[in-house]
Write a protein that binds this ligand. Structure first.
Ligand SMILES: *Cc1c(COP(=O)(O)O)cnc(C)c1O
Length: 376
């Protein structure tokens, strides 16, 4: 088998990183049509966002702001690149010593690393701890009173527990304190309805390969008009090029898959309630098998974190130790729980059919009872 053949092809996939990034049929076509390097630049008028053929200009100036509920949008190379662009613009523009980003302690590593790269420090707002790990909006109020805060960030939802904090309330607190808020919606934009104007925050970032049925790396960035001059300032020497975008971002096939999937993505976010319902039902069945859902209950997202003492106990005696679960699931053509994990793992039910979810549950059931009868 060559390296280009994927060993998990045809498996049921419940990897949270992957369920929302599966290509639509249109995107699959775009992938081959636009696969040649700088293919989108056939008719470039000077910057990526101004390209009219293919209709990138229309996408970035009309469709994307509308979808994100913001004034100004850009396509980036990922959610992290969006966060870095914002943080870097702020960190380099302020003469004063405001050098701290306040973020929730459920934040993704890339939020921290973006701040680090921009030369900013981080102050974490604590979560409520086991078992729900929730973020209390009021905790932002106190954190923002620390001196030197330049930006705030909320992870909506976070990538560990799939908790959806009250971003609107946090935005209100930030507004009162005069600190712009970034909503990191890598797990929201493209999965569920989310609009910057409804949250009343200042920036939103999304991830194309995580949640918008796109080949990556690609992402989206939305902002309020008042920040456009700062974040999208032009180069002194190359006046068409935006400095924080390094001139042009997703300058190839990735933006084409994002655009090709867009109509599909716009439709699928309307089915969000069904996705949540499915996730809740799945969690309930997992709990009946002796596993425990951590994070918010009732749960409001397809990303779920389970604590499984029963599987952990099995792993102590099973052949292959902690790798038994991965092996057993692989045998059943189920992919997405990290190899070696048994006690704590996350998964996603996004876009997974009800029949497949039932099959996964019956597989867990089978595995548990198999090892109960014969621990080795
Ligand atoms: C996956 C993820 C990211 C990173 O997204 P990229 O588009 O790959 O940069 C950021 N934040 C959260 C919460 C994530 O889950």
């Amino acid at each position: 088998m060559g390296f280009y053949e994927r060993t998990t092809k045809g498996f049921i996939n419940i990897d949270p990183l992957q369920t929302g990034g599966k290509l639509s049929e249109e995107a699959k076509k775009a992938l081959t049509e636009w696969g040649d390097g700088y293919s989108v630049c056939d008719f470039c008028p000077g910057t990526l966002d101004k390209i009219k053929t293919p209709p990138i200009y229309n996408f970035i100036y009309e469709e994307l702001p509308d979808f994100l509920g913001c004034d100004v949008a850009r396509v980036t190379n990922g959610a992290r690149e969006g966060k870095f662009a914002i943080m870097h613009a702020f960190s380099t523009s302020f003469e004063c010593e405001r050098k701290i980003v306040v973020m929730d302690s459920n934040a993704h590593y890339s939020s921290y690393v973006a701040a680090e790269r921009a030369g900013l420090g981080v102050f974490f707002v604590p979560n409520s701890g086991y078992p729900e790990f929730k973020i209390d909006p009021e905790a932002y109020s106190m954190a923002l009173d620390e001196k030197d805060v330049v930006l705030a960030l909320i992870t909506y939802p976070d990538g560990n527990y799939g908790n959806l904090p009250d971003a609107r309330k946090i935005a209100k607190i930030c507004r009162k304190k005069g600190v712009p808020l970034i909503v990191n919606a890598a797990y929201a934009v493209g999965r569920m309805p989310v609009k910057l104007e409804e949250l009343k925050a200042d920036f939103i970032v999304g991830s194309g390969h995580k949640s918008m049925a796109s080949a990556g790396p690609v992402g989206v960035l939305g902002m309020k008009e008042e920040f456009a001059d700062l974040i999208l300032r032009k180069s002194e020497k190359f006046p068409a090029k935006e400095v924080e975008m390094l001139g042009c971002t997703a300058r190839g096939v990735t933006i084409m898959t994002l655009m090709a999937s867009f109509p599909y993505v716009k439709e699928r976010v309307k089915r969000w309630e069904y996705e949540v319902e499915k996730a809740r039902k799945f969690a309930e069945m997992m709990e009946e098998l002796g596993m425990k859902l951590l994070g918010e209950k009732p749960h409001n997202h397809d990303l779920m974190f389970f604590e499984a003492e029963n599987l952990y106990e099995i792993s102590k005696k099973a052949k292959g130790g902690r790798f038994f679960l991965y092996r057993e699931l692989k045998k059943r053509r189920i992919h997405g729980i990290k190899a070696g994990l048994t006690r704590h793992f996350k998964l996603s039910t996004y876009g997974v059919g009800e029949d497949d979810l039932e099959y996964i549950i019956s597989s867990f059931k089978e595995i548990i009872s198999k090892y109960k009868q014969n621990p080795k």
